[in-house]
Design a binder for this molecule. Sequence first.
Ligand code: ADP
Ligand code: MG
Length: 343
Amino acid sequence: MILAIESSCDESALARFDPACGIAGEWVHSQIDLHKEYGGVVPDLASREHLKNFFPLLEAASLAAERGTITQIAVTNGPGLAGCLALGIAFARSLGLAWDVPVVGVNHLRGHAYSPFIALHEAAPERFAAEAFDELLPHLGLIVSGGNTILFEIDTGRKLTVLAETVDDAAGEALDKGAKLLGLPYPGGPQVERLAASGDSKVFDFPKAIAPRNERRFSFSGLKTSLRYRLEKMGDAELEGAMPDLCAGYQRAVIDQLIGKTKHLIQAGDYSSLGLSGGVSNNKALRAAMERLAGRYRMPCLIAQPKHTGDNAGMIAFAAYADPDALALDDFSIEPALRLAKR
Ligand code: ADP
Ligand code: MG
């Protein structure tokens, strides 16, 4: 049984994972309410909160009683906020020492990359290990979170390569910053989704793909600027009435760019499956667009379950199990700027 610990940003999380059955339990303490009033995550507050949260989480997981079943501890060692990562690693190493169990470092982004496969493993663990995973390779995956927008592939040798990244803002960051301009609370992505549901995405025309279609990069900062200029020309009353249409148009522009680049890479390659993960993959319109895209190319579409889209420890445990490179990180220095893979 693997015990995983995640504390890279504003969620303190623990999970237990059994390679023969799947995730045996997972516990998350979200700090969103704490950071809301500041309009974003405050690193120092986040570290203090992790320190407070881990021991109650450990109790909730009744690990003290079952510690004999834990054979490995996996902990996020980057990317993330330095102080938060350091707390998670100190906690993991302390448990490892006390229980005499090995501790491994896991790249948070590898957790996101592998999270779409968790449900498949859980449905048939033996078949997953023997053949189901290999049948889906080469895999084209899209990670969309607050800090990252990455298209990557896992080849038939299970080697992971980055294919395209954002050159400025991440998709989640674009939604959060756009929401801030609209006067919506943090985190903005879910707020934009909520208002977009009753809006018409065709009323406002936002720039769709700033980077040329065939270029392997995303860019979202132009979109945010275009929203700012548009808002400067609007009065308060006009803005209030236009909120749903603005959100729908803005969200559509983000999704169209994500889907456009993914489609371009599907056409340029020969993939056996498509994946979607990260906090923004919680968005229903994006999930539906990705499923439609996969359907058009007759590819299986794996999308992380909503509980595994944001920061969670289930995906960290699963990456420690499924990713052949996950265990290579055996030095426990924190890596705030760790990348998914070398390009
Ligand atoms: P990170 O750890 O890089 O900040 P997460 O994976 O924790 O990212 O995801 C957080 C991001 O996901 C935020 O930018 C948030 O606005 C976005 N997000 C969460 N839910 C939704 C949603 N339903 N629609 C769009 N964006 C969302
Ligand atoms: Mg994250």
